[in-house]
Design a protein around this ligand. Structure first.
Ligand code: NAD
Length: 489
């Protein structure tokens, strides 16, 4: 089955997906193509009343979903994966036109989603507990996995499909129902298309729903007493608010937040590989990635050569129409993001930084930028940039470099380039970062390896592979005695 794009578009423009498409009277939100500035579609926003009714629907639906056989859950998730594969071009096209993703990035993301869905389809048949001995004769102790209930997934716009599916699929696999709140900047790619996907995969009605809207819809989901878990990916500022609200309710929350990730280039690094990796890590998706290489720390002995090569490569990148196959960088997502990046660059230059290349752009486009002669305290180096900017700092002593890396409030990903891999493996233990990549760049995601950050980047590794089981279920101890015993009171 393939998506009849126009037919489904007519539906999402007038309806909200509450397990079935419900006609909406709510105001509509225009979807803008960031590359052209044109309106390409619209969706009605959900209201707080919709949140309340969706939670009721999800609560009911979860009662029967949790009791489905493991084969049923696996089959539906496999079907979702197959439908995604059959319709991959539609997912890619919407990611390009709604989110400014290049074909390369959108294609990578789509394939990663298919892997996530297949991996989740294997979860329902995994062992669901363990047996323990008991000090009481004839007693059996087991712990078993039970679902959490209703899980709300709140996602950002930069990888709108993957960062939603990496939570939706394992949550469903573990017997939860899911309400997705996509970003207001990726309502179709990260919302309406996923509603279509799970509807066509014949997921029972109400088990998955999509509520578009701005922050108040996210807040209503976070504060609803019948929502049992929030799986949030987004900025550290919003993550803190969600953590606070969840703490007050003793509600489980998973947080994958911002980052400002360092690449360390040691004196014995393979320079060409290091530069190639740094370019990918900094400029992929215009730098709008939580794992973006936002801090370059280079040993003084090779710094001039590194900066020269980095600049040459940055200048050779094509900026423009993201749907063109030879485009490397598309537009930034919106004017606010463009302004933020421009301001950071301008302030750095006013503080004495040298602009090696880039530093500006037309409309929402921003040219790949290399900045040198900065201090370690400059906001261009300490803040999450989320734009195509490579600030380079020179170091003499690796101990100083590690201290600078660890001084960040974030702790998501770090890359080290060196010929001494065993030494770098040891060094990783001294680095405050949820992920460390030796002789690679910082933007890495393998669906079966637990992913996550330290410090203000999140609560530690939790998405991917074995981590998904504990993340999206809870443990229950059950003890069984064939016959009751007599206690001494
Ligand atoms: P954001 O925090 O502004 O928004 C994320 C989502 O939260 C959106 O759906 C938004 O509508 C919703 N939201 C906003 N305020 C809310 C509130 N008070 N309560 C509930 N929901 C609320 O982030 P963004 O601009 O969409 O995404 C960029 C950020 O996400 C960056 O900081 C980036 O580093 C981070 N990110 C992290 C990861 C990761 O895995 N660690 C991955 C991608 C992006």
């Amino acid at each position: 089955m393939t998506i009849q794009a126009k037919a489904i578009e007519q539906i999402w423009q007038e309806h909200i997906f509450q397990g079935s498409w419900v006609k909406s009277e709510n105001p509509s939100f225009n979807i803008i193509n960031p590359a052209t500035g044109t309106t390409i579609s619209s969706v009605p926003f959900a209201s707080v009343n919709n949140v309340n009714s969706s939670v009721e629907i999800a609560t009911q639906a979860q009662q029967s979903w949790k009791n489905t056989t493991f084969e049923t859950r696996a089959k539906i998730l496999r079907k979702a994966a197959q439908l995604f594969e059959q319709n991959i071009q539609t997912f890619i096209e919407w990611n390009v036109q709604e989110c400014g993703s290049t074909l390369l990035k959108a294609g990578w993301e789509a394939n990663a989603c298919i892997e996530q869905l297949y991996m989740a389809a294997s979860m329902p048949m995994a062992s669901s507990g363990e047996i323990f001995p008991s000090s009481i004769p004839n007693r059996t102790n087991v712990w078993q996995r039970v679902p959490l209930g209703v899980v709300s997934v709140i996602s950002p716009w930069n990888f709108p499909l993957l960062l939603s599916i990496r939570s939706i699929a394992p949550a469903l696999a573990m017997g939860n129902s899911v309400i997705l709140k996509p970003s207001e900047f990726s309502n179709i790619t990260g919302g309406a298309l996923l509603a279509w996907l799970f509807e066509m995969a014949e997921l029972p009605e109400g088990t998955f729903q999509v509520l578009s809207g701005e922050s108040q819809i996210g807040e209503a989901l976070v504060n609803h007493p019948q929502v049992n878990m929030i799986s949030f990916t987004g900025s550290t500022g919003v993550g803190k608010k969600i953590a606070e609200a969840c703490a007050k309710q003793l509600k489980k929350c998973a947080l994958e937040l911002g980052g400002n990730n360092a690449i360390i280039i040691c004196e014995d690094a393979d320079l060409d590989t290091a530069v190639n990796n740094a370019v990918w890590g900094t400029f992929l998706h215009q730098g709008q990635i939580c794992m973006q290489t936002g801090r370059h720390l280079v040993h003084r002995s090779i710094a001039d050569a590194y900066i020269q090569k980095l600049k040459e490569k940055a200048l050779a990148l094509n900026v423009g129409d993201p749907s063109a196959p030879d485009t490397h960088l598309g537009p930034l997502i919106n004017a606010a993001q463009h302004q933020k990046v421009s301001n950071l660059v301008e302030a750095a230059v006013n503080n004495g930084a040298i602009l090696e290349c880039g530093g500006k752009g037309e409309n929402l486009f921003f040219h790949p930028t290399v900045i040198t002669n900065i201090s370690k305290d400059d906001p261009i180096f300490t803040d999450e940039i989320f734009g195509p900017v490579a600030p380079v700092l020179i170091f003499d002593d690796i101990a100083d470099a590690i201290e600078i890396v660890n001084s960040s409030k974030y702790g998501l990903a770090v890359a080290i380039h060196t010929a001494r891999t065993a030494w770098a493996f040891e060094l990783a233990k001294k680095i405050k970062s949820g992920m460390v990549h030796i002789n690679d760049q910082t933007v890495n995601n393998e669906y079966h390896v637990p992913f996550g950050g330290m410090g203000e980047s999140g609560y530690g590794g939790r998405f991917g592979g074995p981590a998904n089981f504990d993340e999206f279920s809870q443990r229950q101890w059950v003890s069984i005695l064939d016959k009751g015993i007599q206690y001494p009171l």
